[in-house]
Design a protein around this ligand. Structure first.
Ligand code: COA
Length: 459
């Protein structure tokens, strides 16, 4: 009872404090225009403010003609290599490509066959977590969200590093390779702990196998019987390749670069990236797509019927269905306009694996969402925005077909993006040498400080 009363009093106090908080924190959106401040670091046409230079990646979704933003098909280049060519090149040679992508991102060129083989062995040798790390840092204090758990895992690795604060390139590269190699195990074990603690299911911790590529290792660790087909592992490998990097401006990479620019350690900088990626407007959108599909199954009489799907989409945009945000997850992008090349590849793969199976209807539903959303968005909001499916629309279906639990959708994104974050951290440390420190215009007026006994007691 005492606790209950305390909770009620606490809630009332919080509610009162919130009133003041809202009054004192409200900033009119029109003030951004008034003071020429770029909200969200965006220009008026939605393009990003130029915040840095990079040689790692190029994300192309529009061009500027006579000062006007003109939509175009999307292209993604890792160190100048078209992602389509990297993926199709690996497919043509029927080999895994994620490790090659890590090499390209970190070292800037294509590895030779010998370099790639030695790199694979090197990563495999690094996969083992430090002694007692699993018992002390993963098994204890389970988390309902694996993203928080892996961020904590990354921060905890600081304590197992003999030289954690050394920001020399050699040391940061060494730390980066370890993180890239070890995050899949941290993710898989964190999920097992969640399974046991929150789902009351048995937990299995499979040891890593040196002969496995990253994608194989992940399937080995999350399947109770450790079995998977080569086609399944290669499909997951493509997902990892596509999620590995996306330029310096994406939210989590920028966060990693911001922290790196202060000179902080690798673990702190990378944990910030993981925290940013969790957000539903960023990597967390793949999880949100899965939730949105549930809302279609509950609220839409026939998910294969375009008319019913359109009705439900309108409800989502009017905030009458879905999570109430008005967002159609998996749609829209800050750079891409006509197409997101990653979504194009994932859609093709999803179709290949879904047709003629129990997943065909879900594929059809996603296709309807992709086709219908742009026009409906304009109809419902009156805003014109060239909008396409993004990487998160079809990735969840691919993972579902691979029998990967929903809890791991966003952590898998993090596992792949670790390569990009590390490449950008190294570039930031190696070349920029300026703390990222933009300015905020203050809208507060100066106030006179009054001693406690003279303050109005009624406020
Ligand atoms: N569904 C509904 N409305 C959307 C939308 C979507 N998918 N994408 C953008 N909008 C709306 C925004 O809410 C905003 O409305 P407002 O002016 O009333 O605030 C308007 O369109 C412009 O949005 P903006 O945030 O400037 O677009 P953006 O290009 O910067 O946003 C995303 C990019 C990805 C954040 C945005 O498209 C989004 O939230 N998509 C859904 C989440 C998602 O799939 N994220 C994964 C990205 S890979």
């Amino acid at each position: 009872m005492i606790f209950l009363n305390a909770a009620i009093i606490k809630n009332e106090a919080i509610s009162l404090l919130c009133d003041g908080l809202q009054d004192n924190n409200y900033i009119n959106v029109s003030d951004y225009t008034k003071y020429a401040v770029k909200r969200g670091l965006r220009n008026a046409d939605g393009t990003g403010v130029m915040a840095g230079l990079t040689k790692i990646c190029s994300v192309e979704g529009y061009y500027i003609d006579d000062g006007e933003k003109v939509p175009k098909e999307g292209h993604l280049f890792y160190r100048g290599y078209d992602i389509n060519d990297i993926v199709s090149g690996c497919q043509a040679e029927n080999r895994f490509g994620f490790e090659e992508v890590i090499w390209i991102l970190l070292f800037g060129s294509l590895p030779t066959a010998d370099q790639l083989e030695r790199f694979n062995t090197y990563l495999a040798e690094m996969r083992e977590l430090p002694d007692n790390f699993t018992e002390d840092m993963i098994m204890k204090a389970p988390s309902p969200n694996i993203m928080n758990k892996i961020a904590r895992g990354v921060l905890a690795l600081y304590s197992y590093d003999d030289n954690p604060d050394d920001t020399s390139i050699e040391n940061v590269l060494n730390q980066s390779l370890r993180l890239i190699a070890q995050l899949p195990s941290i993710m898989a074990y964190a999920y097992q702990v969640k399974r046991r603690h929150y789902y009351h299911k048995s937990m299995y911790l499979h040891p890593t196998k040196a002969s496995h590529h990253t994608a194989e290792g992940i399937l080995n660790s999350i399947r109770s019987d450790k079995t998977f087909t080569d086609a399944e592992a290669k499909l997951l490998d493509i997902c990892l390749m596509l999620h590995a990097e996306h330029g310096g401006g994406n939210n989590s990479t920028f966060a990693t670069r911001v922290l790196s620019s202060s000179g902080t350690d690798t673990y702190a900088a990378i944990a910030a990236g993981i925290g940013a990626l969790k957000g539903p407007k960023h990597g967390g959108a793949n999880h949100k797509v899965a939730e949105m599909l549930d809302s279609f199954r509950e609220g839409c009489p026939d998910i294969t019927d375009e008319g019913y799907v359109a009705d439900h989409l309108r409800k989502i945009m009017r905030k009458e269905a879905g999570d109430g945000s008005g967002l159609v997850y998996g749609m829209g992008h800050a750079v891409y306009t006509l197409s997101d090349p990653r979504a194009v590849i994932l859609k093709e793969k999803a179709k290949e694996f879904a047709m003629g199976t129990e997943f065909e209807n879900e594929f059809r539903l996603l296709e309807h969402i992709e086709n219908l959303t742009p026009a409906l968005f304009t109809g419902v909001t009156g805003k014109s925005k060239t909008m396409c499916a993004n990487v998160d629309l079809y990735s969840g279906l691919v993972y579902k077909m691979l029998r990967i639990p929903e809890d791991l959708y966003t952590p898998l994104f993090a596992t792949a993006r670790m390569a990009g974050w590390c490449a950008h951290r190294i570039e930031e440390l190696y070349t920029c040498n300026r703390i990222i420190r933009p300015a905020y215009k203050s809208l507060s007026s100066h106030s006179e400080y009054i001693s406690l006994d003279k303050r109005d007691k009624n406020t």
